[in-house]
Design a protein around this ligand. Structure first.
Ligand SMILES: [Zn+2]
Ligand SMILES: [Zn+2]
Length: 324
């Protein structure tokens, strides 16, 4: 992995190019970078799927040069059985930036006609910053997770792991009227962060035993946390395995906890365009102030330093700002 010069992309018929202003580093980028995630990944590639910027050149009449936009980076086919069932996030023919087309850790990104025509380029309101807009993608994934698991207003929800994704889960659960939000997290600094974004309590794992939550979201890909989720969820409670787990090993999971507890266990992957629009609305209206997670900013020339920092886990959200 490194920094390379590439020819500027030229928009195809009906397409456009975006000059990137903010591109956030995501756990998925780190998983691809470390070789943990290989499914659907085409290499070599420009990573980065959480980004916003301005239209640079366009062959699409619905946009103008200089217009502020954000891209919903996963395009579904609309015709496969999953798309037909409304689960376009698990489309059989998904095209997603950062895996397929070259992504946002660059000065310019090419957006083909298919994305433009499907409404995946969304104009930004003046008062939404580029970096806030870049966080619509992870928030949309979080919306998907809470929808797939069937989280209801009033529920007592436990969020296991308070990285940026766990904190977004807290904010969203709060915005959607959760009855009580308990965060389980080893680091005291992250527990404090969870309380600051609206968690009712933040516990170390060894303090969580008696929770009996209605629902638990595993927001960090640790098999230990998945087992803890099964132990702290009440019978017939909901468990969502939101985070991806290490590939290549079969983790030990307490199947009898699920069996006797009649737990409902769900996974989560990606987002739909509808969820992306909703995420952008939640951010624009201030109901989910996701922008506060951006703790570090780097020019494109320092992209490798940004990745090194992301590796340490010290940054909540690091953003690369090529056009700043
Ligand atoms: Zn992401
Ligand atoms: Zn499809």
């Amino acid at each position: 992995m490194g920094l390379e010069s590439m020819p500027d992309p030229v928009p195809g018929p009906g397409g456009l190019t975006i000059r990137i202003k903010a591109a956030a580093i995501c756990g998925t980028d780190m998983r691809i970078y470390r070789g943990i995630k290989t499914r659907g990944v085409r290499l070599p590639a420009v990573l980065g799927h959480e980004f916003a910027g301005v239209v640079d050149a366009q062959n699409a009449s619905s946009f103008t040069k200089g217009q502020r936009v954000v891209l919903c980076p996963a395009l579904s086919c609309g015709t496969c059985r999953h798309c037909q069932a409304g689960a376009s996030n698990i489309c059989e023919n998904l095209a997603a930036y950062g895996y397929g087309p070259d992504g946002g850790f660059a000065e310019l990104v090419n957006v083909p006609r298919a994305f433009v025509e499907a409404g995946h380029v969304l104009p930004l309101a003046d008062d939404v910053s580029f970096e806030e807009a870049a966080l619509a993608e992870p928030l949309a994934c979080v919306i998907n997770g809470q929808e797939v698991m069937g989280l209801q207003p009033g529920a007592h929800v436990a969020v296991l792991g308070a990285g940026p994704i766990g904190l977004l889960h807290v904010m969203l659960a709060k915005a959607r009227g959760a009855g009580r939000i308990s965060v389980v997290q080893r680091s005291a600094a992250r527990r404090a962060a969870a309380l600051a974004v609206g968690a009712d309590e933040a516990l170390a794992p060894e303090e969580a035993g008696g929770l009996q939550a209605d629902a638990a979201i595993v927001a960090v890909g640790s098999p230990d946390l998945a087992n803890l989720a099964a132990r702290i969820t009440r019978p017939r409670g909901l468990i969502n395995l939101f985070a991806g787990f290490p590939a290549g090993e079969l983790p030990r999971f307490d199947l009898n906890a699920v069996h006797y507890g009649e737990h409902h266990v769900t996974g989560a992957f990606g987002l739909t365009l509808k969820q992306f629009r909703e995420a952008l609305d939640l951010i624009a209206s201030g109901r989910v102030p996701a922008g506060q997670f951006v703790t570090h900013r780097f020019p494109l020339e320092q992209a490798m330093q940004a990745f090194a920092l992301a590796e340490t886990g010290q940054a909540l959200k690091a953003v690369i700002t090529p056009g700043a």
